[in-house]
Design a protein around this ligand. Structure first.
Ligand SMILES: Cc1cc2nc3c(=O)[nH]c(=O)nc-3n(C[C@H](O)[C@H](O)[C@H](O)COP(=O)(O)O)c2cc1C
Length: 489
């Protein structure tokens, strides 16, 4: 652990942690072979996880997004465990069987359209009583575009410019209805006051919007914005737009560095040092004693990474068949045939040069004396993100994060569905509560309240405008105009 835990730049640690649960969907880490493993797709699994999380006062239930199954050498990736119903449909169903927990839908800005997505998210926000959030991603692989009319049509930097205009447009859609737009009494002349609802216009390179939003604001005004994407452009985007970053930096020193980086970017974007919260992806393997936890870890890993999984994992980065290699032997001496690595879903390897990565991994494995299987087991265990130990030990470690303000919480991936949160909720949460670093009740009824986020300032043109106003966003043109009810509604 680093000696210097000072964040600086006016940042003040809250001393508190929040938990989210990240139901991964498509991944190779969820154990499905154990007798206690349940369905990856039945509603019952989602219900059980969400209700357990709520019993443990988790702030949020997250669903990831994958636009198609992952593929390897032209076939669906045989090792993936795929359970990923449409996030908004699933979260809407979960809204009905939970009362407090936030509901976070990962949705990309690259293949959606803003008026449509903003409407679906505000629908979820309204029907859940202000518990919805949008985890904004741009999606990281061109091949997902093949199932869309437009194909893989945006390069990396353009994706973020596009995302920025998209999010700005969505905010305006969510803010288009003034509070009190709907008649408070039957004596009012109409159900909604026409000059309390604004038209949203956007003329951009990739889409146009000319829209009169259909819904009023929710109990939390608008959905909370999460962001997941780790490039420099992604971090700057988060610094400007996000309430919370779903990060890939859970290890203590890396988390501190990431926090410092985000604070600097947030200040540069004209926001306050504490304005963007951070919750890294993480995994917990817990037991009553440290020795039992280590034993459990061995069991988890043996089910996660068998010989076939180990080879298939490397094949993703090498871009070639490696089945002739011995999983208990050294890493392949042969070079990758791809230029860039292709692993999906935001790992730290995304965008890495394949040959460099192979050289680095071979050296690392040799240095540590690891076979393919051992090496892959270490890599995929998200070593940096796995907390293994006794409940008390891990609670103490998390206390260090809270005191330093390295993170605001953890987004936890259960390796077992649907019982993967039981240990955490039954044993870790009480330890954290005893240490005064975890909530003992929900902060209110909305997600914004659970996360102590301020009420958002209405986006540009806080009150209805009588003349068109231009707002320049990342080179795109956004216009807000009065909606004249008699003509438009
Ligand atoms: C922790 C984490 C989780 C992510 N989850 C998803 C996901 O569920 N679906 C998805 O399409 N992208 C996901 N992403 C990646 C985003 O698509 C991201 O926008 C993409 O990697 C491109 O941004 P970047 O180059 O800034 O990382 C995730 C990224 C991170 C760091």
């Amino acid at each position: 652990m680093s000696e210097n835990t000072e964040i600086g730049s006016g940042f003040r640690p809250s001393g508190q942690l929040q938990f989210g649960v990240f139901f991964q969907g498509v991944n190779s880490g969820t154990i499905w072979k154990a007798p206690e493993a349940g369905s990856q797709t039945d509603f019952e699994s989602f219900r059980r996880l969400a209700q357990t999380a709520e019993r443990g006062l988790f702030a949020a239930f997250f669903l990831g997004e994958g636009l198609r199954l992952r593929e390897h050498l032209g076939r669906p990736h045989a090792l993936d465990v795929a359970g990923r119903p449409d996030a908004q449909t699933m979260l809407a169903a979960l809204a009905a069987v939970t009362t407090k927990i936030g509901l976070v839908a990962t949705q990309n800005t690259t293949y959606n359209d803003p008026a449509d997505l903003a409407h679906r998210l505000s629908s979820l926000d309204l029907l859940s009583g202000g518990r919805a959030a949008w985890n904004v991603v741009t999606t990281d692989n061109a091949w997902t575009g093949a199932n869309f009319r437009r194909g893989g049509y945006l390069d990396h930097a353009d994706r973020y410019r596009h995302a920025e205009a998209f999010v700005e447009t969505a905010k305006r859609i969510w803010d288009a209805w003034d509070d009190g737009a709907i008649a408070g009494s039957t004596a009012a002349p109409g159900w909604a006051a026409p000059d309390s609802i604004r038209r949203v216009r956007h003329e951009g390179q990739h889409y146009s919007v000319d829209y009169v939003p259909r819904l009023p604001r929710s109990a939390q005004h608008r959905p909370v914005l999460f962001q997941a994407g780790d490039s420099s452009e992604g971090r700057d985007f988060a610094a400007r737009q996000a309430d919370v970053i779903f990060s890939a930096h859970a290890k203590f020193d890396a988390a501190l560095d990431f926090r410092r980086d985000i604070v600097a970017r947030t200040l540069k974007a004209g926001r306050g040092a504490n304005d963007v919260q951070i919750m890294p992806a993480s995994e917990f393997i817990l037991a009553a004693t440290a020795a039992e936890a280590l034993e459990k870890k061995e069991w988890v890993r043996s089910l996660q990474i068998g010989p076939r999984q180990a080879i298939a994992y490397l094949e993703q980065f090498w871009g070639r068949e490696l089945s002739s290699y011995d999983p208990d032997g050294p890493l392949p001496e042969i070079d990758p045939v791809v230029e860039e690595t292709s692993e999906t879903r935001g790992s730290g390897f995304h965008g890495a040069k394949a040959r460099q990565l192979a050289d680095q991994w071979r050296a690392e494995a040799k240095d540590k004396g690891l076979s393919i299987r051992q090496f892959v087991s270490a890599k995929t265990s998200r070593v940096d993100a796995t907390f293994t130990g006794s409940y008390a030990e891990i609670a103490d470690r998390l206390g260090d994060y809270a005191r330093a303000g390295a993170v605001d919480g953890f987004n936890i991936s259960p390796w077992l569905v649907p019982s993967g949160l039981d240990d955490i909720v039954n044993h870790l949460v009480p330890e954290l509560q005893e240490r005064g670093i975890y909530p003992t009740e929900y902060g209110g009824s909305t997600l914004r309240e659970h996360l102590s986020l301020p009420v958002p300032v209405r986006s540009a043109d806080a009150s209805p405008v009588s003349a068109a106003s231009d707002v320049d966003t990342a080179g795109d043109d956004i216009r807000l105009e009065l909606a004249v009810r008699s003509q438009q509604l």
